[in-house]
Design a protein around this ligand. Structure first.
Ligand code: ZN
Length: 290
């Protein structure tokens, strides 16, 4: 996998170098099946598990980039977005002259399914409130954060994905077993974390926020508003994107915030940003296609 800078206005575009550079833009039109991970599909070409890289890009403030992959699956790495953010920090961002275009939320858009809920509301910044309620040992947890605060790299990116050991046979059947191995996920038994210690006492809800940011990247522009999610997951996240994009009265394109974040922090409100130069991710080996 390799990230290549892209002109202002291009957004995040995946490029399958193994398929004549076939391109799949990261937007709501290309969302494919969504269960334990989010996948994009255009025509018959698939890119799977996009959410952690997209989260890292949005969290770090990258608007325009081409993601070259020679495989249908993005690397899971350690199950978090930290290796991506560390790689970005090595090369830095370049400010582009064109002003960043946001999707500014004008009125509430909500999706409810049983006890699962997600909604997006007008608001300054990019606020996120996430509540989870899982069986033991996770239990209930809540996190409230704002992506424009500059905390993403330290507070969200390191949070790893997690899975229950009892779900392993099912995950294996779904071809997702890598998501439940101890090097790339927190593994849970009925009453304990099998491969501790956790990176945060509330690492689970932080990872849900990480996933949410990655999935909402499929709106195609950075969101200006406030998102509230309860017991949600990839399917709910992407359902919200779909509903939001369909309701053209619920948002408008906007340039800039009232207040510019510090340079080098999240946001880069002075202009769009892209990764400064091409780079391979360090120490990375692409998985063999199944
Ligand atoms: Zn995840």
């Amino acid at each position: 996998m390799r990230l290549v800078g892209a002109p202002a206005g291009s957004g995040i575009v995946f490029r399958r170098t193994d398929l004549d550079n076939f391109e799949i833009p990261a937007n709501g039109r290309n969302v494919a099946k969504v269960s334990y991970a989010t996948s994009l599909m255009r025509g018959s070409v698939l890119i799977s598990t996009t959410e952690h890289l997209l989260s890292a890009l949005v969290g770090y403030g990258v608007d325009n980039v081409i993601v070259e992959v020679d495989n249908l699956e993005l690397p899971i790495l350690d199950g978090s977005a930290l290796p991506y953010v560390q790689a970005f920090e090595q090369v830095g961002l370049k400010q582009q002259r064109r002003k960043r275009e946001y999707i500014r939320i004008l009125k509430p858009v909500e999706v409810r399914e049983g006890t699962k809920f997600i909604g997006v509301y007008p608001g300054a910044g990019y606020g996120i409130e996430y509540t989870i309620d899982f069986p033991a040992p996770i239990g209930q947890s809540h996190l409230s954060t704002d992506l424009e605060s500059g905390d993403y790299a330290a507070q969200i990116a390191p949070a790893r994905t997690f899975g229950f050991r009892e779900d392993e046979p099912m995950l294996r059947n779904m071809g997702l077993i890598r998501g439940a191995s101890p090097e790339c996920a927190i593994i849970l038994t009925k009453n304990a974390v099998q491969n501790g210690p956790l990176r945060f006492h509330d690492e689970f809800v932080r990872h849900k926020v990480l996933d949410l940011i990655g999935d909402l990247a499929l709106a195609g522009r950075r969101i200006q508003g406030r998102v509230i999610a309860e017991r949600a997951g990839h399917a709910m996240h992407t359902a919200l994107v779909e509903r939001l994009l369909r309701d053209r009265s619920a948002w408008e394109f906007a340039h800039g915030f009232g207040e510019a974040p510090e340079p080098g922090k999240l946001g880069a409100a002075g202009g769009e940003s892209l990764l400064r130069r091409n780079f391979p991710l360090p120490g990375e080996r692409l998985p063999n296609p199944a």
